[in-house]
Design a protein around this ligand. Structure first.
Ligand SMILES: *[C@@H]1O[C@H](CO)[C@@H](O)[C@H](O)[C@H]1NC(C)=O
Ligand SMILES: *[C@@H]1O[C@H](CO)[C@@H](O)[C@H](O)[C@H]1NC(C)=O
Ligand SMILES: *[C@@H]1O[C@H](CO)[C@@H](O)[C@H](O)[C@H]1NC(C)=O
Ligand SMILES: *[C@@H]1O[C@H](CO)[C@@H](O)[C@H](O)[C@H]1NC(C)=O
Ligand SMILES: *[C@@H]1O[C@H](CO)[C@@H](O)[C@H](O)[C@H]1NC(C)=O
Length: 604
């Protein structure tokens, strides 16, 4: 039997019976009183206030209107920060909708002013973004740009639709004056074509990174280094491609190849048209997913390792084209970006395996923070005298990158946890059926006879099981705020009252994993695995990672020495290394917003 739901996606007869049965880990769906009481002790007004304050501090402390960017960010981290601002605006816009029903028009106007205030900063960033530099960077750098502007386009559309802004609602004689503008869309929609154009250009640039000569497919990371097919570039390509398929509104702007200012002479047909919902984006996403999931990139804990080199590649006469040299480094963001791809692929194909894979990945992450999802608490009892043990992506139930405890995070490393939270939030948003104007792709492996409503309910129930863990992480992150409301990078220490005690941090706070290269924090090693080794000096290459400061061994030793000597650093480990930055603030905003978005589904 095959059933169709609203989108026309067909499912074959199901093998799943019970509400939560497509979850990889069977969890009881009983109400979690402890989580309920935790949330009750942190009411949504407080959570909303904290989230808003995180956004305000981010923009007031780090954004500069005159250059239209966060000057201390590097190109790719700025693209991510822009995405966090868009996410916060989406949450505010929906919150505004709830408030509108209850409040006076003037209050409503205040809220709208808040949205516009931050939205103009995003518009400024469209011009402040160094698009020229980014065009020459690695493929992952480009893809953050695509994801960011697509999110902004979605926000504009949703804010515009839910508010039906219209001059006809304006008071006074203006609305009836002849020639007066009427029923105008929200002003933000003026910018959608520009954002769409940039998203398309960067998607097309990144697409050239797809390569079938090596490893049977996959995106290469950086054309200036030895071939490296890594998780992030491939996850970004999947997520950006499916979001192009779903949300790119089309583009007619021929720049930079031709700028056609003359409306009387339209550009030749066939070249001007970049239509929405182009099947090539869907194909890119499904091909990318197939390659990634068959690449053997996940480790025994179910987590994505960083990527593959090709052994022997630089050697003369080498015939190997296989991805066979895996770098075992595990980063938080490599477990996150794929979630956006999985959600989009599920929406378009109806194939439940995408949702199931996503939940498996989330649950592997939660386990690797040292959290028992079934019991809804950390594996260990926490002691204030001892740093809890490392579980692979954290400890004490809190998400961590390996650099956090060591205080050695680069700008890259400081950005990772916020990225995870952003994509987790996107994955756990209430499922919406595919709009009827978007062609669905029936998946050959779609295996469910469940109604859309049933899947939606199951997915939401699964996401609710993560709220206790999310609350635990949000509280920890919140505990790292300093007197100016700035978040630190190492959320775990926010669990402890650090004004009252010093947490001992031993040098082996994070055990070393064999064959793991922390190149994102320590810099790309100049060795025969990573870099072309030539006798002729290579011309200097521009790469986003060049612009940031990686800690040298000497600086790291100095930072460690400071930790022992400096009272402030001992009490607040988040002052070590790069300290509090625009990137760590983005992470704080992202985790609070995640709790807001996922927990409100239960509260409303
Ligand atoms: C503006 O929108 C309202 C409500 O949809 C509609 O009744 C009205 O005719 C529109 N006015 C113009 C000038 O389009
Ligand atoms: C997957 O990768 C691991 C680690 O490199 C390796 O031990 C294993 O043999 C690989 N499996 C396959 C099927 O290639
Ligand atoms: C590569 O292939 C060629 C031709 O088949 C062969 O002569 C050569 O020995 C191979 N090289 C290695 C390193 O296996
Ligand atoms: C480390 O990598 C080398 C080369 O790829 C491999 O031979 C070795 O088995 C790896 N060791 C571990 C512990 O994965
Ligand atoms: C943290 O410790 C300080 C100093 O002992 C104390 O005044 C404060 O109440 C403690 N805060 C919490 C939340 O326990």
């Amino acid at each position: 039997m095959r059933l169709k739901w609203a989108t026309g996606v067909a499912f074959a007869t199901g093998v799943f019976a019970d509400t939560l049965s497509f979850l990889p880990l069977q969890l009881s769906a009983t109400p979690r009183d402890r989580v309920k009481s935790q949330l009750a002790s942190y009411p949504d007004v407080l959570l909303y206030g904290d989230t808003y304050a995180a956004l305000r501090v981010l923009q007031d402390s780090y954004y500069e209107a005159w250059v239209g960017t966060w000057p201390s960010a590097i190109d790719w981290t700025a693209a991510v920060i822009g995405t966090h601002v868009t996410g916060a605006l989406q949450s505010l816009s929906e919150g505004l909708e709830l408030i509108r029903a209850k409040t006076e028009a003037s209050e409503y106007w205040n809220k709208e002013n808040t949205i516009s205030r931050y939205f103009t900063q995003l518009v400024g960033f469209y011009f402040g973004q160094d698009a020229f530099s980014l065009r020459n960077q690695a493929f992952d750098d480009m893809l953050w740009v695509v994801l960011g502007w697509l999110d902004t386009i979605r926000f504009i559309k949703s804010h515009d639709t839910s508010h039906s802004f219209s001059i006809s609602r304006a008071p006074g004689p203006i609305k009836s004056a002849p020639g007066a503008p009427r029923n105008e869309s929200w002003h933000g929609s003026l910018w959608s074509p520009a954002f769409a154009h940039r998203a398309r250009i960067f998607w097309e640039l990144s697409e050239t990174g797809w390569d079938t000569k090596l490893c049977g497919g996959g995106m290469n990371w950086n054309p200036r280094l030895l071939p490296y097919k890594n998780a992030i570039t491939n996850e970004l390509f999947i997520a950006a491609s499916i979001n192009m398929y779903l949300h790119f509104p089309g583009d007619t702007n021929m720049a930079p190849f031709k700028i056609n200012f003359d409306p009387e002479s339209p550009a030749p047909p066939g070249i001007t048209e970049w239509p929405p919902h182009d099947p090539k984006y869907l194909k890119a996403a499904t091909d990318g997913y197939k390659w990634l999931t068959s690449s053997n990139m996940t480790n025994d804990a179910g987590l994505y390792t960083d990527g593959f080199h090709i052994s022997g590649y630089p050697n003369a006469g080498n015939n190997n084209t296989k991805c066979d040299q895996r770098d075992e480094m595990v980063y938080t963001y490599n477990q996150g970006v794929l979630l956006t791809g999985q959600l989009g692929l599920f929406r378009v194909t109806g194939d439940l395996s995408y949702l199931s894979d996503g939940h498996a990945l989330i649950q592997a992450v939660i386990r690797a923070t040292g959290y028992d999802l079934e019991a809804d608490r950390p594996f260990e009892k926490l002691s204030r005298r001892r740093l809890p043990r490392w579980y692979g992506l954290g400890r004490a139930g809190i998400l961590e990158d390996a650099c956090d405890a060591k205080g050695t995070c680069s700008q890259d490393g400081q950005t990772f946890k916020g990225i995870w939270m952003h994509h987790f939030t996107a994955f756990c948003a209430p499922l919406e059926p595919l709009p009827s104007n978007i062609p669905a792709a029936a998946s050959s492996t779609a295996t469910s006879s469940f109604s859309f409503q049933h899947i939606k309910t199951s997915h939401a129930a699964a996401c609710q099981r993560y709220v206790g863990w999310l609350y635990h992480n949000a509280m920890a992150a919140r505990g790292t705020r300093d007197s100016e409301g700035k978040f630190g990078m190492w959320w775990t220490v926010g669990l402890f009252n650090l004004t009252a005690m010093s947490l001992p941090i031993s040098p082996d706070a994070v055990p070393h994993t064999p064959n793991a290269t922390d190149y994102r924090n320590d810099g790309v090693p100049n060795n025969a695995v990573w870099m072309p080794q030539t006798s002729v000096p290579l011309p200097p290459v521009k790469d986003a990672t060049d612009d940031q400061h990686h800690m040298t061994e000497r600086e790291r030793r100095a930072a460690n020495a400071k930790r022992g000597a400096d009272e402030a650093a001992r009490r607040d480990p988040n002052t070590r290394g790069r300290g509090r930055t625009v990137e760590t603030q983005g992470g704080g905003l992202a985790v609070l917003r995640a709790l807001w978005e996922v927990s409100k589904q239960e509260l409303v």
